[in-house]
Design a binder for this molecule. Structure first.
Ligand SMILES: *Cc1c(COP(=O)(O)O)cnc(C)c1O
Ligand SMILES: [Zn+2]
Length: 503
């Protein structure tokens, strides 16, 4: 719809006008810094940062009902810059002019309700929110749209030129970073991946986008240290979730859930995997902002899920006494939730800060952490996909986490769970293959369940000596024989009934 065709009272709000005053704020010493410079950690104390809008209170001048209208009407607006995560511009990047926004189709991923059979099995009403349907097939695109729009803005303002963007990655960050960087002239990208610890699909993505790809022996945590050393000593733009702009963009996940549930999230339970903990940081932060402006009237429950093979956040919260909690990084073991195979999450201080605030605002505990076995992750991923989903292993982890949460009494009868399937199933198809071919190396501790295995059946009847090959098609009688015998064989295997005469 054209802006002039919208109701008169909504027209002044369609394009964002709120003037944000964004600052980095240190979670350690509370110091604040301007955003005209790239910053990842506090120059005073080295702690991680979050971005705050000093004018945030002004958003409360607009009534909640009006905000809901604004977002709902913006759905009908044909302005590229406001089609993705920046539908919520005032909350995500109010200093970014719409002319600097990079939109590649990210955000507004669908929530798909599980069918009755699967809901019966799980015993909870639930949806998958398919973040694999983002442009590079993971939720990382939300954060990159924000981080690269910011870099674009900085280049346009003359604060930056000839940017080299770098990141360490368990695969999906590099795919998203390379994609968005490739779109921007003047921005080059380099990515560091743990050698043999990303899937072939994930490796193909930054290569295809033209990034310089370095493979480093070790695991993600080792790559992260190298990237940190580079960003401390050289002029590069760090695109890991240490970069607080990533967090802002990823808040869109919460805003979309709120909007898709018509802003009633009182019964919602958001379940998501935790790796470097940027995503859960963003999800909490997003709901808090909508709650503080009254756009939602309750804070949903949030359940963070970790694999037993990489569960430092879960372990931290095992200690009920807040004052006695100590964060201890873990040494990770092989995990099918490979993008979350992180032993020392960069955003841990953000999680600690926001979990406390979230529960204080809610007036009760609304954040929970569970850990799940590799076996359950795989079994539930496969079961989900056999019921019409496109969940990746981390989507399986979310579902396994929902079951664990139910077992522990965290889920109430009327709750509606929204499970983050953080990437597309195809990125992690290799794990499905290991399962179906019963080839999992022992360190995963996964034994495939017979009834879930599915492998192709090769059809070549023994008496069929002539078959076609590329460039050598069968002809005449030979071809008829091939078709007939193969069809017979398949009908025998499927036990098909002969069709009656057509009336
Ligand atoms: C990055 C990633 C995660 C982990 O998210 P964090 O923000 O690092 O906690 C989970 N799943 C997939 C598919 C990812 O790419
Ligand atoms: Zn500080």
């Amino acid at each position: 719809m054209k802006p002039n065709d919208f109701p008169k009272d909504i027209q002044p709000y369609l394009a964002p006008t709120h003037e944000g005053r964004l600052v980095y704020r240190c979670l350690g010493c509370r110091a604040e810094f301007g955003i005209e410079k790239l910053a990842y950690v506090c120059p005073k104390c080295g702690q991680v940062l979050l971005i705050y809008d000093l004018n945030f209170a002004r958003l409360k001048d607009i009534p909640a009902a009006r905000w809901r209208q604004i977002f709902d009407y913006r759905k009908m607006l044909n302005v590229d810059a406001l089609k993705g995560i920046y539908r919520y511009h005032e909350f995500i990047g109010p200093v970014i002019p719409t002319g600097a926004v990079i939109y590649l189709g990210e955000g507004h991923t669908p929530m798909i309700e599980a069918n009755a059979a699967l809901q019966d099995k799980v015993g909870v009403r639930f949806y998958f929110k398919n973040d694999g349907q983002n442009p590079s097939a993971s939720f990382k695109d939300r954060g990159m749209a924000s981080a690269l729009s910011y870099i674009n803005f900085m280049v346009q303002e003359g604060y930056l030129s000839d940017v080299l963007a770098i990141c360490a990655s368990t695969g999906d960050t590099s795919a998203a970073a390379a994609l968005y960087a490739a779109y921007l002239p003047g921005v080059k990208s380099a990515v560091l991946l743990p050698h043999k610890k990303v899937t072939p699909q994930q490796l193909s993505q930054p290569l295809g986008s033209g990034a310089t790809v370095f493979e480093i022996p070790g695991v993600f945590d080792d790559c992260m240290k190298v990237v940190e050393a580079l960003s401390e000593n050289y002029s590069v733009a760090l695109l890991n979730s240490k970069n607080a702009w990533r967090i802002l963009g990823q808040e869109s996940y919460s805003y979309e859930i709120a909007q898709d549930l018509e802003y009633d999230v009182s019964r919602a339970v958001v379940v998501l995997p935790i790796g470097n903990a940027g995503n859960i940081t963003a999800v909490m932060s997003g709901f808090i902002k909508f709650y503080e402006t009254g756009i939602i009237e309750a804070l949903p429950k949030i359940i963070g899920v970790q694999s037993e093979h990489a569960d430092p956040v879960y372990r931290y919260y095992l200690e009920p006494d807040e004052d006695r909690r100590r964060f201890v990084p873990v040494t990770v073991r092989s995990s099918v939730a490979q993008a979350a195979m992180i032993g020392n999450p960069v955003s841990m201080p953000r999680v600690i800060h926001l979990v406390k605030r979230y529960n204080e605002l809610a007036g009760e505990q609304r954040t929970f952490f569970v850990s799940v076995s590799e076996q359950n992750i795989m079994d539930w991923e496969i079961l989900a996909n056999r019921n019409g989903h496109i969940a990746c292993t981390h989507g399986g982890e979310s579902l396994a986490g929902l079951l664990e949460a139910k077992k522990r009494g965290i889920i109430d009868r009327q709750d509606i769970a929204i499970l983050d399937s953080t990437a597309h199933a195809l990125k992690f198809a290799g794990f499905q293959e290991l399962y179906f071919e019963q080839q999992f190396p022992p360190d995963y501790k996964i034994s495939p369940r017979r009834e879930l295995i599915n492998i192709p059946v090769y059809v070549h009847p023994a008496d069929l000596d002539k078959v076609s090959a590329p460039g050598q098609p069968l002809k005449g009688k030979d071809f008829e024989h091939f078709v007939q015998r193969t069809a017979d064989e398949i009908s025998r295997m499927l036990d098909l009934k002969k069709r009656g005469k057509q009336p």
